[in-house]
Design a protein around this ligand. Structure first.
Ligand SMILES: *Cc1c(COP(=O)(O)O)cnc(C)c1O
Length: 384
């Protein structure tokens, strides 16, 4: 068997933690009941497992368990938050504020809402990927109903000052939604302290299974009302009809419980490895880190390689290292990343950028191997 490439793409997805998987498994076979079956023990067992998971998710983000709505992932949670809030509050106003560096799940949903009559402001960010809070406050209008600002950026790892942004939104009576898919389980997120009204998360970004996530919906100060995307059995307080994915939800809960305990240690260890990678790369010369160094997730480094042929780098590396490019696709006609472009990077530099994202199972050996390979490939490309 050939050796697997070193996995440094944890922001795309993470492996399921074995402890998460083993808690899930009985819910496929032995405890297969429908959590909505009220008339027998099969249902009660499933319902009990869902209820424990709901509490675990709530605890990790400082919410009450009654404020957690299970979904198929962050994309669905984002759609439910944005479409659901717009439909409910559009009689109050039709203005939404978001940022140019948001995930496509937010940007595309906003574009869809524009067709439905919403007026959306896509605010710029500075060259470090940070928002201008004065401009943000100035852009709030009398008819603004909703702000969508991500907690941490998936491409650069830049962490927004969500606490200050939510305080500004609150001052103006505007609902504050945060796509926290990259932050939850990695850094402390607290919806109460941060004054967040709606928050999306996804299990597979923090060692849970794919296809399950949650939306936090604030219940008081203010109570946020949403229209559902799906109609049916009225599950999840009528906000998300459909039989609950019990094994997935159990996995999400366990993943949250593990992060609550291990986050801080993981954080320090992974940050050290990330910094080791950064130092090694800077020895190569002609590299630069994208994003505000003071406000970065501990496990992410988005690096521009500035030399002829940098765009070929990822292809050459792919046999040895699994990373993601700063561009939206890796074909010959690669589109530069909308995030790096919004930060003012020139196309060549954006296309020659690589996102390294480390995680719980990254080892020092893997970083050493990755550095050796990168140095080798960069030197080869530079010599032609
Ligand atoms: C991965 C990701 C999403 C989409 O999550 P899914 O659960 O895969 O739908 C949304 N936003 C951000 C910031 C992400 O990193």
């Amino acid at each position: 068997m050939t050796k697997q490439p070193v996995y440094l793409d944890y922001n795309a997805t993470t492996p399921c933690d074995p402890a998460v998987l083993s808690e899930m498994l009985p819910y496929f076979t032995q405890h297969f009941g429908n959590a909505a079956s009220r008339t027998h023990a099969y249902g009660w067992v499933a319902e009990e497992a869902v209820s424990i998971a709901r509490e675990r998710v709530a605890k990790l983000i400082g919410a009450d368990s009654s404020e957690i709505i299970f979904t198929s992932g962050a994309t669905e949670a984002i759609n439910l938050a944005l479409q659901g809030a717009f439909e409910t509050y559009q009689t109050k106003g039709k203005h939404i504020i978001t940022f140019q560096t948001e995930h496509k799940a937010v940007l595309d949903t906003c574009a869809y809402l524009e067709k439905k009559g919403a007026v959306v402001t896509f605010l710029p960010i500075d060259k470090n990927g940070m928002p201008d809070l004065v401009l943000f406050e100035q852009s709030i209008r009398a008819d603004t109903i909703l702000v969508a600002a991500m907690y941490a950026n998936n491409e650069t790892g830049v962490v927004f000052p969500v606490n200050e942004m939510a305080a500004i939104a609150k001052k103006h009576g505007v609902i504050f939604f945060s796509d926290a898919t990259q932050a939850v389980g990695k850094i402390p997120v607290d919806v109460l302290k941060d004054d967040i009204d709606l928050l999306a998360l996804s299990a597979h970004k923090f060692y849970g299974p794919k296809g399950v996530g949650a939306l936090y919906v604030r219940r008081k100060n203010p109570r946020v009302k949403l229209n559902p995307l799906l109609y049916g059995g009225g599950h999840e307080k009528g906000l998300r009809s459909g039989t609950l994915n019990v094994p997935g939800i159990v996995g999400l809960g366990k993943a949250c419980a593990i992060c609550l305990v291990d986050m801080q240690n993981d954080h320090l260890r992974i940050q050290q490895l990330r910094d080791q990678l950064l130092n090694g790369l800077s020895e190569l010369g002609c590299t630069s880190l994208n994003g505000d160094k003071q406000h970065l997730l501990p496990h992410v480094a988005n690096i521009s390689f500035d030399f002829a042929g940098a765009a070929q780098l990822i292809g050459q590396l792919s046999k040895h290292i699994a990373v993601s490019s700063g561009s939206a696709c890796t074909s010959a006609s690669a589109e530069p990343s909308h995030v790096l472009k919004a930060m003012g990077l020139k196309d060549e530099l954006a296309i020659g950028s690589i996102r390294f994202s480390l995680g719980r199972f990254t080892t020092e050996d893997e970083i050493t191997t990755a550095l050796t390979k990168i140095k080798q490939v960069v030197q080869e490309l530079r010599s032609v």
